[in-house]
Design a protein around this ligand. Structure first.
Ligand code: ZN
Length: 360
């Protein structure tokens, strides 16, 4: 394990060197260079070749249209797709996120709720599904299906040993979605679906979900509140939306770990929270798989929060989690994109996260 040299100084980690700097501009970014579908997107055999990092995405992620001015927008995926075109990512194995894995979806969400979300998608225009900022457009359903399909495929490939770790670059995000309640830009809980899929299909006994999104993953906490087989551990700014995530919230079996941060906190407080509260608990839990709810909105540039992390802090936590995964779970990590609303901050932070995953 090592820290790539380019990450040791965040100032050298400048995304202006990308061929087409498009940071936070108002007009849509150019279409990404999507990987070509090649029948079954992934090898069923671990023995033929084992990848380090698998990157799953799908063009449908761009078709979830939240409307002008909405922070959770398609440009978030475009900047990540543009980023991975950079030569530093030439060893990343990119593949299309497959479509829905209904069985995986229904392990977390009741069928009635799933059908209600499907039926709510408008034929044209947009609707606010929760009376707030959780918006559906005609393309939302397909984006959701490929987000869920990407998460279960990532789990399949990592649990089979075809890849050491995987990152699912899709939207909508998931960690605010409860079993039957959409909220906070989220409809289905991607990280929870990944964890349950690993347990149901691949025999994982214990899964740790580590959530470093700046918002508390109330949905994930709620889903696993009384489940001792899944550890949910989160750092997040508090007070902030959604309002949950106090230290006193520990779950029925003491498998919920909340390490709230205060407005203005930076990398030092983040690392201390992780080192004193989160990482020892993940270590003691000895998970068979680590799922990361990878939100990058604790970056200092993010407009929705006021934590001051740098890209290198995301590299740091990724390396720490990789160390625990190497100790307990053959290195297995499945990371799913959650928030991150400043395009420069998102690109730099997700790049740091991915480069570190690729160093496994
Ligand atoms: Zn967030």
């Amino acid at each position: 394990m090592f820290l790539p040299a380019e990450l040791t100084d965040p100032l050298t980690f400048a995304w202006t060197e990308l061929p087409n700097p498009v940071i936070n501009r108002a007009v849509p970014l150019p279409a990404p260079n999507w990987p070509k579908a090649r029948g079954r997107c992934l090898s069923p055999s671990a023995s033929e070749f084992a990848l380090t990092t698998l990157f799953l995405s799908h063009p449908s992620g761009l078709e979830h249209d939240t409307g002008a001015g909405h922070p959770e927008r398609a440009d978030r995926l475009r900047i990540i797709e543009q980023m991975v075109e950079h030569e530093r990512f030439q060893n990343l194995h990119r593949a299309p996120a497959p479509g829905a894995d209904t069985a995986a979806l229904l392990r977390v969400h009741p069928e009635e709720y799933v059908r209600a979300i499907e039926a709510a998608a408008p034929k044209e225009g947009r609707i606010r599904i929760d009376g707030g900022d959780t918006v559906m457009s005609p393309g939302t359903w397909e984006a959701l299906m490929h987000t869920i399909g990407g998460a279960s495929a990532a789990v399949n490939e990592v649990m089979r040993g075809n890849a050491t770790n995987a990152f699912v670059a899709m939207r909508p995000c998931g960690h605010h979605a409860e079993r039957a309640t959409p909220m906070g830009f989220c409809f289905f809980n991607t990280a929870a679906i990944a964890a349950r899929h690993a347990q149901a299909v691949h025999g994982a006994e214990r899964v740790a979900i580590v959530d470093f999104d700046v918002h508390h993953g109330n949905g994930t906490q709620d889903i696993f509140w009384d489940d001792p087989s899944v550890l949910y551990a989160s750092t997040h700014q508090m007070p902030l939306f959604p309002g949950t995530g106090a230290v006193s919230e520990v779950g029925e079996h003491n498998t919920v770990v909340n390490a709230p941060l205060s407005s203005g906190d930076g990398g030092e407080a983040f690392r201390a929270a992780m080192e004193t509260r989160v990482l020892p608990r993940v270590d003691a839990f000895a998970p068979d798989l680590i799922v990361i709810s990878a939100g990058f909105d604790a970056h200092r540039l993010d407009p929705l929060a006021s934590i001051n992390l740098e890209a290198v802090d995301f590299a740091w936590i990724t390396e720490k989690l990789m160390g625990l995964a190497a100790k307990h779970s053959k290195g297995r990590i499945v990371s799913v994109l959650e928030g991150g609303y400043d395009l420069e901050g998102l690109a730099a932070s997700s790049a740091a996260h991915l480069l570190m995953l690729m160093s496994a």
